[in-house]
Design a protein around this ligand. Structure first.
Ligand code: PLP
Length: 458
């Protein structure tokens, strides 16, 4: 028996007290980054041969480090794609760590992987993909996109040996997330982007392919459509693009990392029609499904193809595939081997609250975007750049130059009031700097929006 260290218990209580305080705090301090030099001078040396002690280290974290970090679930954090993990999911994230489970193979993680898969089954059901479709939780949308792209390329090569060393081509649109291009670099394929940030449609894809040299057309193995662009919430023509891809044996990947949560929202579900034609889908539960970081997901129409692409062999791994330990091995379906059972917090929260609560919380984000749209319409200083889509709102302050938006962002952040950042949008061929809201947190209020819009008066 190890001796129980009273200090450790006290320390644990302190840490738990902080965690409980934080998750019950609905208006946390909006932290601000400091320079590395400033942080170093405030905390000094923390990793030392003898250690500085838990009490000191925790004090530095609580009093300095966390204050130089931004709580992503602040109700007036409306920049980028914010997040808003449920309290139960955050608490269960602590439990997931405490449980110390290896989530790569059924042999080690069966019970926890079973629970992850319960949550996954719900995600898959939202897509309307056929029986047999299944997925796995990843570190995020980037890894999900990468895992899908590798699977697509391997399946394409497996269909025709002459492609074994052929460099592939992926077509997507200018509205696709930066990770699609970045992951094309990782798998060393070419990427061609149809030049639209608005809805990417079948006709555009067909025109693009028709204009490709024949030898390039033979290298085309996948099309990536976006269901909820990160910048503006635009949903591509999934039905048109999907049916074209199915007819032409081209892998159809739908990147719904941000927008995927809205599959659970009845008011907008029809916008996603055609997603059921996908060969693979990316959804980030850590964006609009209220999971703590990090939790992405990739879903495959034919999981066996992902297995062919991703399972790792090795004499030390053989036992994992023994008949006696047979089960679902998350390691077989994406690029990561050792992994935390990061779907567990989502599972617990779903089990606790029920999926109806999720639908309601997601609908609230869409409603907030509509409310913001109305307030902007009514304000003589402001104009909508485009109609709000999903939970994204792009708008301009009449007369402002790009630097005015930057100053506005910094001023609100410095005041600890809000984090709202500008973006760029192409209007009449010109890239214009505009303001942007992205709503995730259902606790954001109309008053929050009104107060932020008021800061654009001056
Ligand atoms: C956020 C996002 C990604 C990247 O996801 P990470 O979880 O940040 O890796 C990919 N695609 C889209 C559409 C996104 O919004």
């Amino acid at each position: 028996m190890h001796e129980i260290d009273l200090n450790l218990i006290e320390m644990t209580l302190d840490v738990m007290k902080f965690a409980i305080g934080r998750i019950t705090d609905t208006d946390p301090v909006l932290g601000k980054p400091k320079t590395e030099k400033e942080l170093k001078s405030l905390v000094g040396d923390t990793v030392t041969p003898k250690g500085i002690g838990g009490e000191t280290a925790f004090k530095l974290f609580r009093d300095v480090l966390i204050k130089a970090s931004i709580p992503i679930d602040h109700p007036r954090h409306l920049a980028f794609v914010p997040a808003s993990p449920t309290r139960s999911a955050v608490m269960f994230d602590l439990v997931t760590s405490a449980a110390s489970v290896h989530g790569a193979f059924w042999l080690e993680g069966a019970g926890c992987i079973f629970a992850e898969n319960e949550a996954m089954r719900w995600l898959v059901s939202l897509t309307g993909l056929p029986e047999g479709s299944f997925g796995v939780f990843t570190s995020g949308g980037t890894e999900a996109n990468l895992s899908a792209m590798v699977t697509a390329r391997e399946a394409w090569r497996a269909r025709d040996e002459s492609r074994a060393t052929t460099r592939g081509i992926i077509i997507t649109s200018a509205g696709a997330h930066s990770s699609v291009k970045a992951m094309a670099k990782v798998i060393d394929c070419d990427i061609e982007r149809v030049d639209t940030e608005e809805r990417f449609e079948r006709e555009m894809l067909e025109a693009h392919i028709a204009a490709m040299p024949a030898q390039d057309r033979n290298r085309l193995f996948a099309v990536v459509a976006t269901a909820g662009t990160t910048n503006a919430g635009v949903i591509d023509d999934l039905k048109g693009i999907g049916s074209y891809c199915r007819d032409n044996e081209i892998w159809f990947h739908v990147d719904a990392a941000y927008g995927g949560g809205a599959l659970a929202a009845p008011s907008v579900r029809h916008l996603f029609n055609g997603i059921e034609l996908a060969d693979s889908v990316t959804i980030d539960p850590h964006k609009w499904l209220f999971s703590p970081y990090d939790c992405g997901a990739v879903i495959y129409r034919e999981p066996e193809l992902a297995k062919d692409a991703h399972s790792q062999g090795g004499s030390y791994l053989d036992i994992f595939y023994d008949e006696g330990y047979k089960g679902f091995n998350p390691a077989d379906y994406q690029i990561q081997l050792t992994r935390r059972v990061r779907g567990l917090p989502l599972w617990f929260s779903l089990a606790m609250h029920g999926t109806d609560r999720y639908a309601k919380a997601i609908e609230r984000g869409i409603e907030l975007a509509k409310i913001a749209g109305r307030l902007i319409d009514e304000d003589p200083y402001l104009e909508l750049v485009r109609k709000p889509s999903l939970s994204c709102v792009l708008f301009r302050r009449v007369g402002w130059k790009p630097e005015d938006y930057t100053h506005w962002t910094i001023k609100n952040h410095d005041a600890g009031f809000a984090l709202v950042a500008p973006t760029k949008w192409r209007t009449n061929g010109e890239h214009e700097t505009v303001a942007r809201f992205c709503f995730i947190n259902p606790d954001t209020t109309t008053r929050d929006i009104e107060d932020i819009l008021l800061t654009m008066r001056t």
